[in-house]
Every structure is written in C-alpha cells, then in structure tokens.
Design a protein around this ligand. Structure first.
Ligand SMILES: C[S@@+](CC[C@H](N)C(=O)[O-])C[C@H]1O[C@@H](n2cnc3c(N)ncnc32)[C@H](O)[C@@H]1O
Length: 333
C-alpha cells in the first residue's frame, strides 16, 4: 500500500499502476493476485480488458489512483475482490454481490447443467421436444442467496415459474435486485423460509401463486410456499450451506471472515441440512419431479444414503472439473 500511495504525487500510467497493484497483492499472499489487480483496476477505470491492454501508457487520474490503491489495500487485508467490485459472473450473467450473500461459485454451474439435462431427458421420455421453454414448469431454488440458480434457470427456461427461498431477508433483497436486473422478477417468487417453511407465517396457506410477484422481501414471510395437500414442483434445486464448523480454521480468510456464516456452515460436520432438505423435497415434488443438490467436497457418503428410500429413483452423481462429486440428482417416484 505504501508504494502505491507514496507515488500519488506524480503521474502514473496504467501499466505502472497495474504492476504496483500486482506487487502489493503478491506481497500480501493474495491468491490469483494478477487477476485481482486487473479486476480492481478495470472496476476503478470503468473499462474492459481490451482497453486496459491497448492503453498501457494512459495516465490514470489522481482520484482513480487513490481509489485503486485503497481497493488494493482492502484486498490485501483479505476482503474478497467481488465485495470490492460488487459483482460476480455466473452462467454468463453478471450478479450483484454483497457481504449478505455467498459469492456464486463456478462449480454451482454444474447444478444448472444437471437440472437442464434432467429436464430435457424427462421431455424426451414423454415424447416431447428436448429443448423446451419450460411451459407449465414450477421450479424451486432453496437457499437462493444471490438468486444465481433461480435466475440462471429462469433465463434458460423463459416460460417456467420459480419459487426461491432463503432464511436471510438481506440475501433475498439482493436476489430480488438480481432478478430485476436480468428481467425475470415477474416469474420468481422470493420467500423468507427455513427450507420450505415460511419464517414467522401467521396465516393459513394460500394456494400456489397467490403472492404478488413484486412483493418486497418484508412481505415474503406472510405467505406459504405451497398448499398442504399436493406436491407442487417439477424441479427442486439447492446449494445448501455444507461446510462443517470444524473445518472453519482451514478456510481461506476471504471466505471465513467475509462471507455469511449462514451461507457457509451446515452444522458441525457440514452435511446436517441435507436430511431435512431431502425429506421436505420429497413432500414438495410432483411424481417424476427432479431433485438437484450441490454437495460439499466430502458430503457424498453422508448424503447419498438419504436417497436410498422408496421415494427416489434414478439417483446420479456428477463430478466437477476437479473430479469432486459435486452434484447429486434424483427423481421422485
Ligand atoms: C451455500 S449458499 C448458496 C447461495 C446460492 N444458491 C448459490 O448457489 O450461490 C446457501 C444459502 O442458503 C441459505 N440458508 C441457510 N440455511 C437455510 C435454511 N434453513 N433455509 C433456507 N435457506 C437457508 C443461506 O442464507 C444462503 O443464502
């Protein structure tokens, strides 16, 4: 930080600022320090990569330099780059990210892939075209966080309707803004809920779809997801918190100190939430409905047996690019 700020007295070009930013992040042992410096510089300059590499001699204004080295210092102190830029790409879409939500991870894109593959297979088995717009489909995203799963699926399935729950009202507010940003807020009902159960609901369950789509998060707890009688969803997707509290000391500081613990930790071991999630999903899926769950790096042995009940068939595991069992999917009998 000292090197950056001390040089503010003299003009600095893009290349020099970039190099100093990289050096400070490398010195602070920041992972992917070059990428982090690049993203912060692009953010401050309001430019894209092409511009950055085409204009190394351009002089950076004092105000931009000041801002850039402030962000470099915060990144060096452990704040995630995404909290400093306020955004993260997921499924080719830009999502607003704040400290209230988990930063969407690339491995969660496998949840989207598996969900779309399973839906296409179901269409094929029913003798319909594999690529559908999702007409008539009701889809749930449990623990929606930034909304990335529901919103990515809503972009892929422009005729489907969605329910997205989270236990955190602050996360739901971010998810709603992301849905508006991507033009899908009229098809996603965001609800404050403990898995499927509304938080603080005081009234009888209305029927599906009675909550106005534009309801603010503060109104979400007033409504139940479903009627008591019938299973409702064609697809339930979830990336629940799955890290064990006992693993906390091994987490990178960016994660442990800056991402919401309610999004990270599933219990002492990590896999504790899956049992209720799978039991409740069985109650909320239509026959032949699909369940798609993201798994922690060591969750599979604890979670897969939960699907070995008469409710489930076609259980499948998908590995991520690192070869870790990342997505567990099954079909409701
Ligand atoms: C691992 S994050 C996933 C966020 C987002 N779906 C994603 O994939 O990036 C888990 C989310 O579940 C929420 N959550 C934790 N416990 C919950 C519960 N019992 N019911 C509903 N949501 C819960 C957290 O607030 C957090 O937003």
């Amino acid at each position: 930080m000292q090197a950056g700020l001390s040089s503010l007295t003299q003009p600095m070009d893009v290349r020099t600022a970039f190099k100093k930013g990289i050096a400070q992040l490398r010195e602070a042992d920041v992972p992917s320090f070059t990428l982090a410096a690049e993203l912060l510089l692009l953010h401050v300059l309001g430019r894209n990569r092409t511009w950055l590499y085409a204009h190394p001699e351009e002089i950076v204004s004092d105000a931009e330099l000041q801002r850039f080295f402030e962000l470099i210092a915060r990144r060096a102190a452990g704040e995630p780059t995404q909290h400093l830029t306020g955004k993260q790409e997921f499924w080719g879409l830009e999502f607003e990210v704040t400290p209230d939500v988990l930063i969407p991870r690339p491995e969660t894109e496998h949840v989207i892939e598996v969900a779309l593959d399973r839906l296409a297979l179901r269409e094929l088995r029913a003798g319909r075209p594999q690529k559908s717009a999702g007409e008539g489909l009701q889809i749930a995203d449990i623990g929606t966080g930034s909304g990335c799963i529901a919103i990515a699926l809503a972009k892929e399935l422009p005729a489907a309707n969605f329910y997205a729950t989270d236990i955190s009202p602050a996360a739901l507010a971010v998810a709603q803004r992301n849905a508006q940003r991507h033009g899908v807020s009229d098809r996603i009902n965001f609800r404050e809920a403990n898995l499927f159960a509304p938080v603080g609901a005081q009234q009888a369950a209305p029927q599906l779809g009675t909550l106005p789509n534009s309801a603010p998060p503060s109104a979400l707890h007033q409504s139940r997801i479903t009627s008591h009688q019938s299973p409702l969803f064609d697809l339930i997707a979830s990336n629940p918190p799955y890290i064990g509290r006992r693993e906390s000391p091994t987490l990178p500081r960016e994660v442990r100190d800056h991402e919401p613990h309610s999004a990270l930790f599933g219990g002492e071991e990590g896999y504790e939430l899956y049992s209720d999630l799978i039991t409740e999903s069985a109650q909320h899926l239509k026959p032949a409905g699909i369940l798609v769950l993201e798994l922690g790096h060591s969750s599979l042995p604890a979670v897969q047996p939960l699907l070995e009940t008469p409710h489930w068939t076609n259980v499948g595991v998908t590995n991520d690019l690192a070869g870790i069992s990342r997505v567990l999917a099954a079909e409701r009998l």
